[in-house]
Write a protein that binds this ligand. Structure first.
Ligand code: PLP
Length: 408
Protein backbone atom coordinates (compact mmCIF):
# COMPACT_ATOMS: atom_id res chain seq x y z
CA UNK A 1 0.00 0.00 0.00
CA UNK A 2 1.38 3.40 -0.87
CA UNK A 3 0.38 6.90 0.08
CA UNK A 4 1.24 10.18 -1.55
CA UNK A 5 4.85 11.29 -1.81
CA UNK A 6 6.16 13.77 0.77
CA UNK A 7 7.61 17.23 0.30
CA UNK A 8 11.13 15.83 0.81
CA UNK A 9 13.51 15.07 -2.03
CA UNK A 10 15.35 11.82 -1.30
CA UNK A 11 18.12 12.41 -3.83
CA UNK A 12 18.83 15.87 -2.50
CA UNK A 13 18.91 14.58 1.11
CA UNK A 14 21.37 11.80 0.22
CA UNK A 15 23.54 14.25 -1.70
CA UNK A 16 23.56 16.80 1.11
CA UNK A 17 24.47 14.07 3.66
CA UNK A 18 27.29 12.92 1.42
CA UNK A 19 28.67 16.44 1.52
CA UNK A 20 28.21 17.29 5.19
CA UNK A 21 27.64 14.28 7.45
CA UNK A 22 30.45 12.08 8.72
CA UNK A 23 30.19 8.93 6.59
CA UNK A 24 30.19 6.61 9.56
CA UNK A 25 27.04 4.64 8.80
CA UNK A 26 26.33 2.27 5.97
CA UNK A 27 22.77 3.45 5.42
CA UNK A 28 20.17 1.80 3.22
CA UNK A 29 19.20 4.27 0.48
CA UNK A 30 15.70 4.70 1.96
CA UNK A 31 14.75 8.13 3.36
CA UNK A 32 12.04 7.77 5.99
CA UNK A 33 9.71 10.63 6.79
CA UNK A 34 6.75 9.22 8.71
CA UNK A 35 5.68 6.34 10.92
CA UNK A 36 2.55 4.84 12.43
CA UNK A 37 2.63 1.76 14.64
CA UNK A 38 4.85 -0.86 13.02
CA UNK A 39 4.88 0.93 9.67
CA UNK A 40 7.04 3.70 8.23
CA UNK A 41 6.85 5.60 4.95
CA UNK A 42 9.59 6.99 2.74
CA UNK A 43 9.79 10.19 0.68
CA UNK A 44 7.99 8.52 -2.23
CA UNK A 45 5.10 7.37 -0.05
CA UNK A 46 6.27 3.75 -0.06
CA UNK A 47 5.20 1.85 3.04
CA UNK A 48 7.43 -0.55 4.99
CA UNK A 49 6.84 -2.87 7.92
CA UNK A 50 9.54 -1.81 10.33
CA UNK A 51 11.14 -4.93 11.82
CA UNK A 52 14.10 -2.90 13.07
CA UNK A 53 12.13 -0.41 15.22
CA UNK A 54 15.19 1.82 15.14
CA UNK A 55 17.33 -1.05 16.48
CA UNK A 56 14.94 -1.98 19.24
CA UNK A 57 14.02 1.54 20.30
CA UNK A 58 10.48 2.21 19.09
CA UNK A 59 9.05 -0.32 21.55
CA UNK A 60 5.53 1.13 21.38
CA UNK A 61 5.66 1.57 17.62
CA UNK A 62 5.98 4.84 15.76
CA UNK A 63 3.94 7.92 16.61
CA UNK A 64 2.32 6.16 19.54
CA UNK A 65 -0.51 8.52 20.51
CA UNK A 66 -0.11 8.11 24.29
CA UNK A 67 3.64 8.63 24.19
CA UNK A 68 3.28 11.54 21.78
CA UNK A 69 0.80 13.22 24.13
CA UNK A 70 3.11 12.90 27.13
CA UNK A 71 6.13 14.23 25.19
CA UNK A 72 4.14 17.12 23.70
CA UNK A 73 2.68 18.03 27.08
CA UNK A 74 6.06 18.04 28.78
CA UNK A 75 7.66 20.01 25.94
CA UNK A 76 5.32 22.88 26.70
CA UNK A 77 6.08 22.82 30.44
CA UNK A 78 9.78 22.13 31.07
CA UNK A 79 12.17 19.99 29.04
CA UNK A 80 15.48 20.22 30.84
CA UNK A 81 16.95 21.56 34.05
CA UNK A 82 20.29 19.68 34.30
CA UNK A 83 21.12 17.75 37.45
CA UNK A 84 21.80 20.86 39.49
CA UNK A 85 18.19 20.69 40.68
CA UNK A 86 15.50 18.19 41.55
CA UNK A 87 12.50 17.61 39.32
CA UNK A 88 9.51 15.36 39.88
CA UNK A 89 10.15 12.58 37.38
CA UNK A 90 13.53 10.91 38.04
CA UNK A 91 12.33 9.40 41.30
CA UNK A 92 9.03 8.33 39.73
CA UNK A 93 10.80 6.52 36.89
CA UNK A 94 13.42 5.11 39.29
CA UNK A 95 10.70 3.67 41.51
CA UNK A 96 9.01 2.02 38.52
CA UNK A 97 12.33 0.59 37.32
CA UNK A 98 12.88 -0.81 40.81
CA UNK A 99 9.47 -2.52 40.61
CA UNK A 100 10.45 -3.98 37.23
CA UNK A 101 14.02 -5.01 38.01
CA UNK A 102 14.38 -5.36 41.79
CA UNK A 103 17.49 -3.17 41.58
CA UNK A 104 17.47 -0.41 44.16
CA UNK A 105 18.92 2.69 42.56
CA UNK A 106 19.20 4.34 39.19
CA UNK A 107 21.72 6.55 37.45
CA UNK A 108 20.18 8.19 34.40
CA UNK A 109 22.13 8.84 31.20
CA UNK A 110 21.30 9.15 27.50
CA UNK A 111 22.24 5.96 25.68
CA UNK A 112 23.15 2.33 26.03
CA UNK A 113 26.88 2.86 25.80
CA UNK A 114 26.71 5.44 28.58
CA UNK A 115 24.72 3.02 30.73
CA UNK A 116 27.39 0.35 30.26
CA UNK A 117 30.13 2.90 30.89
CA UNK A 118 28.46 3.88 34.16
CA UNK A 119 28.13 0.23 35.23
CA UNK A 120 31.84 -0.39 34.56
CA UNK A 121 32.82 2.71 36.54
CA UNK A 122 30.48 1.93 39.43
CA UNK A 123 31.83 -1.64 39.60
CA UNK A 124 35.39 -0.35 39.88
CA UNK A 125 34.30 2.33 42.34
CA UNK A 126 32.71 -0.35 44.53
CA UNK A 127 35.95 -2.25 44.92
CA UNK A 128 37.99 0.93 45.29
CA UNK A 129 35.74 2.09 48.13
CA UNK A 130 36.18 -1.28 49.80
CA UNK A 131 39.95 -0.86 49.61
CA UNK A 132 40.40 -3.68 47.08
CA UNK A 133 42.22 -1.41 44.67
CA UNK A 134 43.72 -4.19 42.58
CA UNK A 135 40.31 -5.58 41.81
CA UNK A 136 39.94 -3.80 38.47
CA UNK A 137 39.52 -6.52 35.86
CA UNK A 138 36.52 -7.43 33.73
CA UNK A 139 35.51 -10.69 32.16
CA UNK A 140 33.38 -10.30 29.02
CA UNK A 141 32.15 -12.64 26.31
CA UNK A 142 33.22 -13.36 22.78
CA UNK A 143 30.73 -11.85 20.30
CA UNK A 144 29.78 -9.24 22.93
CA UNK A 145 28.67 -5.77 21.93
CA UNK A 146 28.36 -3.18 24.68
CA UNK A 147 28.83 0.11 22.83
CA UNK A 148 31.51 2.32 21.41
CA UNK A 149 32.84 4.62 24.13
CA UNK A 150 36.25 3.59 25.45
CA UNK A 151 34.97 1.63 28.44
CA UNK A 152 32.11 -0.11 26.69
CA UNK A 153 34.30 -0.71 23.63
CA UNK A 154 36.88 -2.35 25.88
CA UNK A 155 34.35 -5.05 26.79
CA UNK A 156 33.12 -5.32 23.18
CA UNK A 157 34.71 -8.28 21.45
CA UNK A 158 34.79 -7.52 17.72
CA UNK A 159 38.36 -6.60 16.64
CA UNK A 160 36.90 -4.60 13.76
CA UNK A 161 35.43 -2.12 16.28
CA UNK A 162 38.37 -2.25 18.70
CA UNK A 163 41.61 -2.28 16.76
CA UNK A 164 41.68 1.25 15.32
CA UNK A 165 41.18 2.75 18.78
CA UNK A 166 43.67 1.02 21.04
CA UNK A 167 44.96 1.01 23.64
CA UNK A 168 41.64 0.38 25.34
CA UNK A 169 40.88 -0.16 29.03
CA UNK A 170 43.21 -2.92 30.17
CA UNK A 171 42.40 -6.03 32.15
CA UNK A 172 39.57 -7.43 30.02
CA UNK A 173 39.42 -11.16 29.28
CA UNK A 174 36.98 -12.57 26.73
CA UNK A 175 35.56 -16.02 27.24
CA UNK A 176 33.54 -18.36 25.06
CA UNK A 177 29.88 -18.52 26.10
CA UNK A 178 29.66 -22.11 24.87
CA UNK A 179 32.43 -23.09 27.28
CA UNK A 180 31.44 -22.45 30.91
CA UNK A 181 34.82 -23.83 32.07
CA UNK A 182 36.60 -20.97 30.31
CA UNK A 183 34.59 -18.53 32.42
CA UNK A 184 35.48 -20.36 35.57
CA UNK A 185 39.17 -20.13 34.71
CA UNK A 186 39.01 -16.43 33.80
CA UNK A 187 37.16 -15.13 36.87
CA UNK A 188 39.56 -14.55 39.75
CA UNK A 189 39.83 -12.51 42.94
CA UNK A 190 40.99 -9.63 40.74
CA UNK A 191 37.79 -9.59 38.69
CA UNK A 192 35.74 -6.49 39.39
CA UNK A 193 32.82 -7.72 37.30
CA UNK A 194 31.59 -10.20 34.74
CA UNK A 195 29.84 -8.32 31.92
CA UNK A 196 27.30 -10.04 29.72
CA UNK A 197 24.33 -9.58 27.44
CA UNK A 198 21.69 -12.18 28.44
CA UNK A 199 20.96 -12.39 24.70
CA UNK A 200 23.78 -11.13 22.54
CA UNK A 201 22.19 -8.78 20.05
CA UNK A 202 24.76 -7.35 17.64
CA UNK A 203 26.71 -10.59 18.04
CA UNK A 204 23.95 -12.46 16.19
CA UNK A 205 20.97 -12.87 18.55
CA UNK A 206 22.55 -15.51 20.77
CA UNK A 207 20.76 -16.26 24.04
CA UNK A 208 23.11 -17.41 26.80
CA UNK A 209 22.54 -20.99 27.88
CA UNK A 210 21.29 -21.80 31.36
CA UNK A 211 24.46 -23.79 31.86
CA UNK A 212 26.55 -20.69 31.17
CA UNK A 213 24.32 -18.57 33.42
CA UNK A 214 24.84 -21.15 36.19
CA UNK A 215 28.59 -20.86 35.66
CA UNK A 216 28.35 -17.06 35.95
CA UNK A 217 26.50 -17.40 39.24
CA UNK A 218 28.99 -19.93 40.55
CA UNK A 219 32.03 -17.83 39.54
CA UNK A 220 30.51 -14.73 41.14
CA UNK A 221 29.77 -16.63 44.33
CA UNK A 222 33.24 -18.17 44.41
CA UNK A 223 35.16 -14.91 43.91
CA UNK A 224 32.73 -12.14 44.89
CA UNK A 225 32.95 -10.66 41.38
CA UNK A 226 29.99 -8.46 40.51
CA UNK A 227 27.68 -9.31 37.61
CA UNK A 228 26.75 -6.60 35.10
CA UNK A 229 23.85 -7.49 32.80
CA UNK A 230 23.69 -5.42 29.64
CA UNK A 231 19.96 -5.47 28.89
CA UNK A 232 20.16 -2.51 26.53
CA UNK A 233 18.75 -4.61 23.68
CA UNK A 234 17.21 -7.64 25.40
CA UNK A 235 15.58 -5.77 28.29
CA UNK A 236 12.32 -3.92 28.89
CA UNK A 237 9.99 -6.52 27.45
CA UNK A 238 11.62 -7.40 24.15
CA UNK A 239 11.78 -11.07 25.12
CA UNK A 240 8.38 -11.13 26.81
CA UNK A 241 10.15 -10.89 30.17
CA UNK A 242 10.99 -7.60 31.82
CA UNK A 243 14.66 -8.63 31.68
CA UNK A 244 16.08 -11.82 30.21
CA UNK A 245 18.74 -12.11 32.96
CA UNK A 246 15.92 -12.92 35.38
CA UNK A 247 14.69 -15.67 33.09
CA UNK A 248 18.22 -17.14 33.04
CA UNK A 249 18.19 -17.24 36.84
CA UNK A 250 20.72 -14.43 37.18
CA UNK A 251 20.36 -11.67 39.77
CA UNK A 252 22.78 -9.04 38.43
CA UNK A 253 24.36 -6.47 40.74
CA UNK A 254 24.26 -3.85 38.02
CA UNK A 255 22.20 -3.56 34.86
CA UNK A 256 22.53 -1.32 31.81
CA UNK A 257 19.36 -0.35 29.95
CA UNK A 258 18.58 2.05 27.12
CA UNK A 259 16.96 1.74 23.69
CA UNK A 260 13.29 0.97 24.44
CA UNK A 261 13.27 2.97 27.67
CA UNK A 262 12.26 6.26 26.06
CA UNK A 263 10.43 4.71 23.12
CA UNK A 264 12.57 6.93 20.87
CA UNK A 265 13.45 9.76 23.24
CA UNK A 266 17.14 9.21 24.12
CA UNK A 267 17.55 7.86 27.65
CA UNK A 268 19.67 5.19 29.26
CA UNK A 269 20.11 4.04 32.82
CA UNK A 270 22.43 2.07 35.06
CA UNK A 271 20.47 0.17 37.71
CA UNK A 272 22.44 -0.91 40.77
CA UNK A 273 22.04 -2.70 44.07
CA UNK A 274 22.12 -0.64 47.23
CA UNK A 275 25.60 -1.84 48.22
CA UNK A 276 27.01 -0.52 44.93
CA UNK A 277 25.14 2.77 45.32
CA UNK A 278 26.54 3.12 48.83
CA UNK A 279 30.08 3.03 47.44
CA UNK A 280 29.54 5.96 45.06
CA UNK A 281 30.08 9.60 46.08
CA UNK A 282 28.71 12.84 44.61
CA UNK A 283 30.84 13.91 41.66
CA UNK A 284 32.05 10.38 40.82
CA UNK A 285 30.02 10.38 37.65
CA UNK A 286 27.37 12.51 36.00
CA UNK A 287 25.58 13.69 32.90
CA UNK A 288 24.26 17.10 31.87
CA UNK A 289 21.23 15.70 30.06
CA UNK A 290 20.86 12.48 32.03
CA UNK A 291 17.29 11.94 33.20
CA UNK A 292 15.84 15.23 32.04
CA UNK A 293 12.13 15.83 32.38
CA UNK A 294 11.24 15.00 28.78
CA UNK A 295 13.20 11.74 28.77
CA UNK A 296 11.84 10.67 32.14
CA UNK A 297 8.23 11.37 31.15
CA UNK A 298 8.75 9.19 28.07
CA UNK A 299 10.39 6.49 30.23
CA UNK A 300 7.53 6.53 32.72
CA UNK A 301 5.03 6.09 29.90
CA UNK A 302 6.94 3.15 28.41
CA UNK A 303 7.55 1.41 31.74
CA UNK A 304 3.88 1.81 32.67
CA UNK A 305 2.96 -0.21 29.58
CA UNK A 306 5.21 -2.99 30.88
CA UNK A 307 4.05 -2.81 34.50
CA UNK A 308 0.35 -2.29 33.94
CA UNK A 309 -0.46 -2.17 30.23
CA UNK A 310 -0.27 -5.91 29.50
CA UNK A 311 2.67 -5.46 27.10
CA UNK A 312 4.73 -8.36 28.51
CA UNK A 313 1.84 -10.78 28.03
CA UNK A 314 1.30 -9.40 24.52
CA UNK A 315 4.97 -10.03 23.61
CA UNK A 316 4.79 -13.56 25.00
CA UNK A 317 1.73 -14.28 22.87
CA UNK A 318 2.92 -12.72 19.60
CA UNK A 319 6.46 -14.01 20.26
CA UNK A 320 5.16 -17.60 20.21
CA UNK A 321 3.33 -16.87 16.95
CA UNK A 322 6.50 -15.29 15.51
CA UNK A 323 8.48 -18.42 16.36
CA UNK A 324 5.91 -20.68 14.68
CA UNK A 325 5.91 -18.56 11.53
CA UNK A 326 9.71 -18.46 11.38
CA UNK A 327 9.86 -22.22 11.90
CA UNK A 328 7.56 -22.65 8.89
CA UNK A 329 9.77 -20.26 6.90
CA UNK A 330 12.88 -22.24 7.85
CA UNK A 331 11.27 -25.45 6.61
CA UNK A 332 10.67 -23.83 3.21
CA UNK A 333 13.91 -21.93 2.78
CA UNK A 334 17.04 -24.11 2.67
CA UNK A 335 19.26 -21.06 3.16
CA UNK A 336 18.08 -20.87 6.79
CA UNK A 337 20.59 -22.64 9.03
CA UNK A 338 19.30 -21.76 12.47
CA UNK A 339 16.63 -19.73 14.23
CA UNK A 340 17.53 -18.04 17.51
CA UNK A 341 15.89 -15.66 19.91
CA UNK A 342 12.99 -15.12 22.26
CA UNK A 343 9.82 -13.01 22.15
CA UNK A 344 10.20 -10.36 19.47
CA UNK A 345 14.00 -10.52 19.39
CA UNK A 346 14.72 -12.95 16.58
CA UNK A 347 17.76 -13.90 14.54
CA UNK A 348 17.85 -16.05 11.41
CA UNK A 349 21.25 -17.53 10.66
CA UNK A 350 21.59 -17.98 6.90
CA UNK A 351 24.19 -19.66 4.71
CA UNK A 352 25.11 -16.39 2.91
CA UNK A 353 25.52 -12.69 3.62
CA UNK A 354 22.43 -11.60 5.52
CA UNK A 355 22.81 -8.17 3.92
CA UNK A 356 21.68 -9.67 0.58
CA UNK A 357 18.36 -10.71 2.11
CA UNK A 358 17.89 -7.43 3.96
CA UNK A 359 18.57 -5.55 0.74
CA UNK A 360 16.03 -7.64 -1.17
CA UNK A 361 13.44 -7.20 1.61
CA UNK A 362 13.45 -3.38 1.47
CA UNK A 363 11.77 -3.01 -1.93
CA UNK A 364 9.28 -5.71 -0.86
CA UNK A 365 8.21 -3.51 2.03
CA UNK A 366 10.10 -5.01 4.95
CA UNK A 367 12.83 -3.31 6.97
CA UNK A 368 15.16 -5.74 8.73
CA UNK A 369 18.78 -5.60 9.66
CA UNK A 370 21.83 -7.78 9.07
CA UNK A 371 24.12 -8.44 11.99
CA UNK A 372 27.12 -10.63 12.57
CA UNK A 373 27.42 -11.04 8.73
CA UNK A 374 25.10 -14.02 8.37
CA UNK A 375 22.21 -13.18 10.69
CA UNK A 376 18.98 -11.47 9.66
CA UNK A 377 17.83 -9.72 12.82
CA UNK A 378 14.16 -8.94 13.40
CA UNK A 379 13.27 -6.47 16.15
CA UNK A 380 9.72 -5.24 15.55
CA UNK A 381 7.97 -2.93 18.00
CA UNK A 382 6.70 -4.78 21.09
CA UNK A 383 3.19 -3.76 20.02
CA UNK A 384 3.43 -5.78 16.78
CA UNK A 385 0.36 -7.86 15.92
CA UNK A 386 0.12 -11.45 14.66
CA UNK A 387 -1.23 -10.19 11.33
CA UNK A 388 1.73 -7.86 10.89
CA UNK A 389 4.09 -10.73 11.74
CA UNK A 390 2.40 -12.88 9.07
CA UNK A 391 2.81 -10.08 6.55
CA UNK A 392 6.47 -9.54 7.44
CA UNK A 393 7.33 -13.24 7.31
CA UNK A 394 5.74 -13.60 3.90
CA UNK A 395 7.75 -10.58 2.63
CA UNK A 396 10.88 -12.14 4.09
CA UNK A 397 10.02 -15.41 2.40
CA UNK A 398 9.73 -13.57 -0.92
CA UNK A 399 13.04 -11.80 -0.32
CA UNK A 400 14.79 -15.11 0.40
CA UNK A 401 13.28 -16.66 -2.70
CA UNK A 402 14.49 -13.70 -4.78
CA UNK A 403 17.99 -13.97 -3.30
CA UNK A 404 18.07 -17.72 -3.90
CA UNK A 405 17.33 -16.92 -7.54
CA UNK A 406 13.94 -18.57 -7.59
CA UNK A 407 10.78 -17.22 -9.16
CA UNK A 408 7.61 -16.59 -7.20
N1 PLP B 1 24.65 -2.66 24.65
C1 PLP B 1 23.94 -3.41 23.81
C2 PLP B 1 23.61 -4.81 24.19
C3 PLP B 1 23.53 -2.90 22.58
O1 PLP B 1 22.84 -3.67 21.73
C4 PLP B 1 23.87 -1.58 22.26
C5 PLP B 1 23.48 -1.00 20.95
O2 PLP B 1 23.15 -1.66 20.01
C6 PLP B 1 24.59 -0.82 23.18
C7 PLP B 1 24.96 -1.39 24.36
C8 PLP B 1 24.95 0.60 22.87
O3 PLP B 1 23.81 1.39 22.92
P1 PLP B 1 23.77 2.84 22.24
O4 PLP B 1 23.91 2.65 20.78
O5 PLP B 1 22.44 3.40 22.67
O6 PLP B 1 24.89 3.61 22.83
Amino acid sequence: MTTTASAFDAGQIRQSEAAHVLPIYRRAPIVLVRGQGARVWDTEGREYLDFTSGVGVAALGHANPGLAKVIAEQATVLVHTSNLFFHPYQSELAEKLFRLSGLDRVFFCNSGTEAVEACLKFARRYWFTRGETSRTKFVALQHAFHGRTFGSLSVTADPHYREPFGPLVSGVTFVDASDPASLDAAVTDETAAIVLEPIQGEGGVRPLSREFADAVRAAAERTGALVIADEVQSGLGRTGYAFYAQELGLAPDLMAIGKALGGGVPIGAALVRERIAAAVSPGDHGSTYGGNLLACRAGIYVVDQLLEGGLLEHVQRVGAHFERRLTELASKQPMVKELRGVGVMRGIEVDRPAADIVEAAGPLGLLANATSKTVVRLLPPLTITETEIDEAVSRLDAAMTAVAGGAR
